[in-house]
Write a protein that binds this ligand. Structure first.
Ligand SMILES: Cc1cc2nc3c(=O)[nH]c(=O)nc-3n(C[C@H](O)[C@H](O)[C@H](O)COP(=O)(O)O)c2cc1C
Length: 423
């Protein structure tokens, strides 16, 4: 028989202590976001469809990005037991310097389109968190302004070798002059991937006002207020070249780039050279033999070749083949700090996040970028503790089993087919 009593006001009082209401709506919104997916939901609500889709979308059927994320979902973690993990150290050394976390911000073009603070927010947030920030050739904040936003931290520059070579070489020199210590040479864009969402949305830069754009803007007044009252959206480091945006984009992708270009860049840039967009073991070997400092295994977040290899799956073999000769890093599909831990265990020295940070940026500018980094960092620390490792170096392949949904189809041997007619 349950004994019952009348609740006394004294007992009720502690239950009535409501959380203080935060009058800052951005802070309220961001602190309610517990995952990168939550930030994505907020981002979608606050950003005009064409800008959100440009960020969120990928090429063709979007299989590459879907499979990359699925690759991380299909991780089984194998924890150890009874180790002291009261303190974990998530810091790493990468490309000749430190990073407080095993991830950095990937280069993204048109970042001020997503939210007006753009790269300034990204670089500032990266600097505050002690992680590197990578500025894209197609960035909407100049090399010098990124340096000003992150004066003490590590800034890296991503290069598209353009048809007008002297424009690219000029950027390499400016990045070096501004103290950028690492250069990414992106090699997976001989031509632009077919981003069908952009075509369907009639996406253009700067955004054009059509009837549907105006209707879509009604619930998103702040984005438009920011857009219309801040400096025009342009490729900040390229503006001196003139030409329309379309011409600049076309010029940024040159199908004739080759290993010769890599040699020239090496001579021009005094810091570390990293090739971004590597997708197999053989190319990794060639690059190691040529003496590059690192590779980013990446399919460009699924925005270029669709049905490309999953970079996370390439890791073990590439790390085994060239891990002693250069630093193997990866991106594409990272939505959770646990994804980063899994990549490190499978042989990555470092990882990069593109959309995970951009969802934060769209959800709340600088504060949103900070929140994205905080969410990922918390997830990394918690996953490491639950795996019972206290440093990144302790992570090993034994900590992860890569489960596979889409296994390569087994070749049917002709004699087996003959032995089983009608099978
Ligand atoms: C909106 C957007 C713009 C991008 N622009 C560039 C770019 O200018 N140069 C580049 O090398 N990679 C670019 N990328 C690819 C990223 O550097 C990175 O490889 C990719 O975002 C990683 O996948 P994730 O978004 O799943 O993290 C872009 C990615 C996105 C989402």
């Amino acid at each position: 028989m349950v004994q019952r009593q009348f609740p006394k006001p004294r007992d009720l009082a502690p239950l009535m202590q409501f959380k203080k209401f935060d009058f800052n709506a951005t802070r309220r919104r961001l602190s309610a976001a517990l995952t990168i997916e939550d930030l994505r939901t907020i981002a979608k609500r606050r950003t005009p469809k064409a800008a959100f889709d440009y960020t969120d979308g990928a090429a063709e059927g979007e299989f590459s990005i879907h499979r990359a994320r699925e690759g991380f979902e299909d991780v089984q973690f194998n924890p150890s037991i009874l180790r002291d993990v009261s303190a974990v150290d998530t810091s790493v050394s990468i490309f000749g310097g430190p990073s407080a976390q095993p991830f950095g911000i990937a280069p993204t073009g048109f970042t001020r389109l997503m939210q007006t603070e753009g790269e300034t927010a990204g670089a500032g947030a990266a600097g505050a968190a002690g992680i590197p920030f990578t500025l894209s050739t197609l960035g909407t904040t100049s090399i010098e302004d990124v340096k000003a936003a992150n004066p003490q931290g590590r800034n890296w520059f991503q290069l598209y070798v353009m048809k007008q070579r002297e424009v690219s070489y000029g950027l390499v020199e400016r990045a070096a002059d501004s103290g950028f210590d690492t250069l990414f040479f992106t090699v997976d864009t001989p031509v632009a991937g077919a981003r069908l969402r952009d075509r369907r949305n009639g996406f253009s830069i700067p955004p054009q006002l059509s009837l549907s754009t105006v209707i879509n803007a009604i619930p998103r007044p702040w984005w438009w207020y920011d857009f219309l009252t801040t400096p025009p959206l342009e490729f900040a480091s390229l503006s001196s070249t003139g030409g329309t945006v379309g011409e600049l984009l076309d010029a940024a992708m040159d199908p004739s780039i080759s290993f010769e270009d890599l040699k020239i860049i090496r001579e021009l840039f005094p810091g570390r050279i990293v090739v971004k967009g590597v997708q197999n073991v053989e190319d990794s070997r060639t690059l190691a033999d040529l003496g590059v400092d690192g590779v980013v295994l990446s399919n460009h977040g699924g925005r270029q070749l669709d049905r490309a290899p999953v970079p996370f799956h390439l890791l073990p073999e590439v790390a085994r083949e060239v891990g002693d000769d250069l630093e193997v890093t990866m991106d594409t599909g990272i939505m959770n700090g646990a994804d980063i831990v899994a990549a490190l265990a499978m042989g990555a020295k470092f990882t990069f996040v593109g959309r995970a940070y951009l969802y934060g940026l769209m959800a709340g500018g600088r504060a949103g970028a900070d929140r994205a980094i905080e969410i990922l960092s918390d997830q990394i620390e918690r996953t490491m503790k639950l795996l019972e490792v206290s440093t990144v170096e302790e992570l090993e392949p034994k900590h992860v089993t890569q489960l596979q949904r889409l296994a390569p189809r087994t070749q049917v041997r002709p004699e087996a087919a003959r032995a089983a007619p009608g099978a």
